[in-house]
Write a protein that binds this ligand. Structure first.
Ligand code: CP
Length: 399
């Protein structure tokens, strides 16, 4: 197999790519690299570091003196080596089959898009000439708009189809709807559906990429990925971090996808709420189930609140909304149980005064709107990677 060039430098202006686990991996690789002899790496990052004893990365130590003369580096630079970007999936239906390396590939691409966005470089050319169809058969604000913005920023044309405005209301099957979209030269279908498994089914009946934008109570992979991306921005690494997911876990696709995604990235997950909505059976997913709110909050690095999913509940699971709020709503008094520096998350839509006190939702501890903004770049990354895999194109990113 043809080897990639020895050194490809991407100079970035921040340390965002230095997660401690990457640094450790890099350190080993640099040690084993034997100076400038050829090696298997295809991509190198030249990344500015603050100091080797930076309190952001307290475990970080350099494998060679800072002047780095052997590596012909300036004194405040460190050569970091990463795995080359590789992505072979045309569809994104669930986080479950993704490896940690694949999740990190999405984040590398999302970071590149975020840097470009921050540099006011809003439009990227990667989906120029392609048509992205948003097939949303269940209500949505954030996911639909974020996908529309993401596709538009990648220079795609976007079309949105909602349930009431499609011929599904005239008895057309989902299969025929999707195959007609493909015949109309759609290049990617993004789908939200109330039935668990619908996007997976769709991915079997069309050739083009299908992205799951939330299906029933099954999965919401892009939400979990943008949540993890937001957490990584805050904490650098999720290894050993504790995330408490509080609320209606039983009916939540966000909870399921987050439990899987966070654990793949090394976090410890606790789920909390009333026992009717947080059944003990979830322990099989590797989480801690806790019905004592104080206990669930006091060692958490982040608390992720979920609303009550009335649209998916077929029976009453607690006496009243007021009862839920008084027992499990996050208010200012209960927020004092959190550690200093712990953050508050919510995928939205939020029900102010029910699962979260209105002031807390708008407080400095809350990253709710940062999650929404990160939804753009994470979805840009997913659309770009899946399109590259489908067209068998090399992955290019803004530098
Ligand atoms: N988080 C989320 O899925 O929100 P929407 O339903 O508004 O898309």
């Amino acid at each position: 197999m043809k080897r990639a060039p020895l050194l490809v430098f991407f100079k970035t202006q921040s340390t965002d790519l230095i997660y401690p686990e990457l640094a450790q991996q890099v350190q080993l690789n640099v040690r084993g690299m034997n100076r400038l002899r050829p090696c298997r790496a295809t991509t190198f990052y030249l990344v500015e570091i603050i100091t080797p004893s930076s309190n952001i990365y307290p475990d970080f130590s350099l494998p060679f003196p800072l002047d780095g003369s052997d590596f012909r580096l300036r004194s405040h630079y460190l050569l970091l080596m990463s795995q080359s970007l590789s992505w072979n999936r045309k569809d994104l239906i669930d986080v479950e089959p993704l490896s940690r390396a694949e999740i990190e590939t999405i984040f590398t691409a999302a970071t590149a898009f975020k840097k470009a966005m921050e540099a006011d470089n809003m439009k990227q050319p990667y989906l120029n000439g392609r048509t992205v169809v948003n097939l949303f058969l269940e209500p949505s604000t954030r996911t639909r708009l974020a996908f529309e913005v993401a596709a538009s920023r990648l220079s795609a044309d976007t079309i949105t189809v909602t349930g009431g405005a499609s011929s599904l209301t005239k008895g057309e099957t989902l299969r025929d709807t999707a195959r007609n979209m493909e015949a109309l030269k759609a290049d990617i279908i993004i789908m939200r559906h109330s039935a668990s498994g619908a996007p997976n089914y769709l991915s079997k009946v069309v050739d083009i990429p299908v992205i799951n934008a939330g299906d029933g109570s099954h999965a919401h992979p892009t939400q979990a990925l943008l949540d993890a991306f937001t957490l990584l921005e805050k904490f650098g690494s999720l290894d050993g971090k504790k995330v408490t997911i509080l609320g209606d876990i039983l009916f939540s696709r966000v909870a399921r996808s987050n439990i899987i995604c966070l654990q793949k990235l090394g976090a410890k997950v606790t789920i909390a709420g009333p026992s009717t909505l947080v059944p003990i059976g979830f322990e099989a997913m590797g989480v801690t189930v806790c019905h004592d709110l104080k206990q669930a909050l006091e060692d958490a690095d982040a608390v992720m609140l979920l609303r009550i999913q009335h649209e998916r509940q077929t029976a009453t699971h607690f006496p009243s909304i007021g009862e839920y709020t008084s027992s499990f709503g996050l208010n200012k008094d209960r927020a004092k149980w959190l550690k200093p520096g712990a953050i508050i998350m919510h995928p939205g839509p939020i029900n102010r005064g029910v699962e979260i006190d209105s002031e807390l939702a708008d407080s400095a501890q809350s990253v709710i709107l940062e999650q929404v903004t990160n939804g753009i770049v994470v979805r840009m990354a997913i659309l770009h990677l899946c399109s590259c895999a489908y067209h068998k194109q090399a992955i290019k990113l803004p530098v």
